[in-house]
Design a protein around this ligand. Structure first.
Ligand code: PLP
Length: 440
């Protein structure tokens, strides 16, 4: 649809000649051409169609080419395509108001950024300024972005070649299936992880710690849904030691868990506690235009009523991004898209993936909620040894051959379709997974 094989070939040729890619050795890359998309489907340069069970980088929550979002961007482009951040602009105010309405009454302001990494940079900056402290605690199994401080806060390998910023300390969050704490149960994992965090706080010196930065549900690290009570326990530690609690909702927020924000999910936060700062990007406008931001409560915002906030970006609150946020959030509300994510997770993906685990020994664990799932694949269920890269590569090819674009990380396949995925599409995806897993 809309593309010729020649255009597809040219897209690939130009890419290989001139485009430098993220997180890759460049020499042997053979990127798939994505020529177009609609809803939960994308097609390549030859017109082959795929169910997009990656949502690209887990960001296309509203699906591809949602007409209301495209129209919102077009209308804003015709009106005013760019404006400096110092000016007031209607689209920006409307976007901020809508985001705050979903975050809750505890928050009053939004600082807009270009994406998730700089949202975390600015949340960390705010936490340092309001506490007068320096250190940031974050978990080993996390991803917070690729800029200076955000990448240093990151817990995975991407941190190591980028460790310039000082004052970052890592700890282990809960992960019962691969416990660092010799736990026998999810409850024990939560309790021991909290004990470990408190000991890290004490050992680092509580008075030096500005922030605890946590992905509400660590995403790229494997959709590590925290045990009930863990987040409330972290909140209590942050309060006890005067530390700002930042939830990174870049991947988990805006519908992915079947809630507007993952921290609003009763399964992981029955206590209903709220963080001090929330960072967001991806799902807020499904990435139609780059955008992110920090959601700020009055007690932090007010500290900058008379003091200068030493941060800013040329494109903070860019009108095309703001118009896409307004249109995306309105469409998500009008069309019940967040509820759809919850329903699909509860009625189709949750039970369907559990049934696949019954059938295929290679699935060690299924974790997730809403349209945010991971299959933790193992070569041996007893030892839980992660499945090797060769097999994962083969599985990805088998999925693609059957018409599914998957998201894979380490030994896992993440099942992360758009929040608009239909029950039929979800079942089709499960059938493809079933067939492909059987080839292993
Ligand atoms: N935080 C989380 C939880 C993420 O998943 C990501 C990206 O995957 C980021 C931050 C970084 O966002 P961006 O790539 O927009 O800078």
């Amino acid at each position: 649809p809309g593309t010729t094989t020649d255009e597809g070939r040219r897209a690939l040729d130009l890419d290989r000649a001139h485009v430098f890619h993220s997180w890759s050795a460049q020499g042997s890359l053979a990127p798939m051409v994505i020529a177009g998309g609609l809803g939960s489907t994308v097609w390549d340069g030859d017109g082959n169609r795929f169910l997009d069970f990656s949502s690209q980088l887990v960001n296309v929550n509203i699906g591809h080419q949602h007409p209301k979002v495209v129209a919102g961007i077009q209308a804003q482009a015709a009106l005013l395509a760019t404006v400096a951040p110092a000016h007031a602009n209607l689209a920006r105010g409307e976007a901020a108001r809508r985001i705050l309405a979903r975050a809750g009454d505890e928050f009053s302001k939004v600082f807009f950024t270009n994406g998730g990494a700089d949202a975390n940079e600015n949340a960390i900056r705010l936490a340092r300024l309001v506490t007068g402290r320096d250190k940031v605690l974050s978990t080993y199994r996390s991803y917070h972005g690729n800029t200076g401080a955000a990448v240093t806060a990151t817990g995975d390998w991407r941190r190591v070649p980028n460790e310039y910023a000082r004052g970052h300390v890592h700890f282990f969050g809960p992960f019962a299936y691969r416990s660092e704490f010799w736990s026998d149960s999810v409850e024990q994992e939560g309790e021991r992880a909290l004990h470990h965090l408190e000991r890290v706080i004490q050992a680092e010196g509580a008075s030096s710690i500005a922030a605890i930065l946590l992905e509400t549900i660590p995403g790229t690290a494997g959709v590590l849904v925290p045990p009930p009570g863990y987040l409330a326990g972290v909140r209590a530690l942050a309060d006890k030691y005067g530390i700002v609690l930042i939830f990174d909702e870049v991947m988990a927020g805006f519908g992915r868990t079947g809630d507007w924000f993952a921290f609003q999910n009763a399964g992981i936060n029955a206590e209903g506690m709220v963080p001090d700062l929330i960072t967001f990007a991806k799902g807020v406008n499904s990435g139609y235009v780059p955008a992110g931001g920090v959601i700020i409560p009055p007690w932090i915002a007010e500290q900058f009523d008379d003091n200068v906030f030493p941060g800013g970006l040329t494109y903070s609150g860019h009108p095309l991004a703001m118009a896409s946020i307004v249109a995306a959030l309105d469409a998500m509300a009008e069309e019940g898209i967040v509820d759809n994510a919850a329903t699909i997770g509860r009625d189709v993906l949750g039970p369907g993936l559990a049934a696949l685990a019954e059938k295929h020994d290679v699935i060690g664990e299924v974790r997730g909620v809403g349209v945010f799932w991971a299959l933790d694949l193992v070569s041996d269920r007893g030892t839980r040894a992660p499945l090797g890269g060769t097999e994962i590569g083969r599985l990805k090819s088998e999925l693609l051959r059957r018409g599914m674009l998957p998201f894979s990380a380490d030994n896992r396949i993440h099942v992360v379709p758009p929040c608009v995925v239909t029950a039929d599409e979800a079942r089709q995806g499960l059938a493809i997974l079933d067939e492909a897993l059987a080839t292993l």
